[in-house]
Design a protein around this ligand. Structure first.
Ligand code: F6P
Length: 342
């Protein structure tokens, strides 16, 4: 993405700069670096970001410490806007998911010339059929499920795998179907643990003594809540995690099966991006520069059908692109006999 922005801008005779560690590079240290064709050479196949990032750098909820060392939040957005203009910038390309989009929207309302690019493995941004990073994460998760089949089958076990996806079950659903999971639990469908166990018992009776259960980290039982590792604190959001262990314990107790758990975690966010993600990111980057050239600020580029479109950021923020319960992927799962826990 960064390479596409830099090269497309260079093509127009513009100069590009990268802001390091989110907005920290403008707010708390001198983190503005010139980016030209040389700086972005050879990065298309590399995961992560050459600029670094942070999920605690929201200028509207900036974290500071008082004299006693206690953290508190304050609004430093005016400092950010001032630093942006003092640097002589004409436009900002903001890359990220829901949190970054909200910040970009609030900055746009303060007059910042912003264009957004949707990037998250969760694929949950409204206004685009795909975010980049998703295809790579699904590939990694599918490969993990493929590999887990060996032990599950040879040892007659149930293996419960927790995948990322805070509010949306796209990763769990797509990799679960592709990786031949028997049960897939997603945030959009509150589950009944007894239905999950029925599926496992049914397989047992059919001579299939193992099962693979995929759990999105944001899934929750019908009568319960999502599992949290850490509650939202100063400058941070809730950290989800732990639902796979809860599900595994309940399955063990109710079916008597031997159960194991795997939390795939940040493996899903690393590694070399797939061809699909590379191309999408490059298309998004070039499209963001096209939007700047057209003066179309306050928009997000997105994939819709075969083309890259622009959508006002205000139509995107505060909305999540969840898995529609009647979509053909959900129907496919059900028609393949996969339990969705309902
Ligand atoms: O939003 C993307 C995401 O990968 C979520 O799926 C996950 O809950 C979260 O980020 C993890 O964030 P962190 O790396 O800060 O723990």
């Amino acid at each position: 993405m960064i390479r596409a922005v830099v090269l497309a801008a260079h093509h127009r005779g513009w100069r590009s700069y990268g802001i390091q560690r989110g907005f920290e590079g403008l707010l708390s240290f001198d983190g503005v670096v010139p980016l030209g064709p040389v700086e972005v050479r050879g990065i298309t196949h590399v995961g992560g970001t050459i600029l670094g990032t942070t999920n605690r750098g929201n200028p509207f909820r900036y974290v500071r410490r008082d004299e006693a060392g206690a953290e508190y939040e304050c609004d430093r957005s005016d400092d950010l806007v001032a630093a942006f203009h003092a640097s002589g910038f004409d436009a900002l390309v903001s890359i990220g998911g829901d949190g970054s989009l909200q910040i970009a929207h609030d900055l746009a309302r303060k007059g910042m010339p912003v264009v957004c690019v949707p990037k998250t493995i969760d694929n949950d941004v409204f206004g685009t059929q795909r975010t980049f990073g998703f295809d790579t994460a699904v590939g990694t998760a599918t490969e993990a499920l493929d590999r887990l089949h060996s032990t599950a089958e040879s040892h007659d076990r149930v293996i419960v795998v927790e995948l990322m996806g805070r509010h949306a079950g796209w990763i769990a659903l797509n990799s679960g179907i592709s990786g031949s999971a028997d049960v897939i639990l997603i945030p959009e469908i509150p589950f009944d643990i007894e239905r999950v166990c029925e599926k496992i018992r049914g397989r047992e009776e059919a001579g299939r003594h193992f099962s693979i259960v995929v759990v999105a980290e944001g899934a929750a039982p019908r009568d319960g809540a999502v599992a949290l590792v850490e509650r939202r604190g100063v400058g941070t959001v809730d950290r989800l995690g732990g639902m796979a262990s809860q599900v595994a314990r309940a399955i063990g107790e109710r079916t008597g099966k031997e159960v194991r758990t795997l939390v795939l975690g940040h493996l899903q966010r690393g590694g070399s991006p797939t061809t699909y993600d590379r191309l999408l990111a490059l298309r998004f980057g070039a499209a963001a520069v096209r939007a700047i050239a057209d003066g179309a600020f306050g928009c997000m580029v997105g994939l819709n059908g075969p083309t890259i479109t622009r959508i006002p950021i205000e139509d995107v923020v505060g909305r999540t692109r969840n898995v529609p319960l009647d979509c053909d992927t959900v129907m496919t799962a059900r028609e393949l006999g996969i339990s969705l826990g309902d």
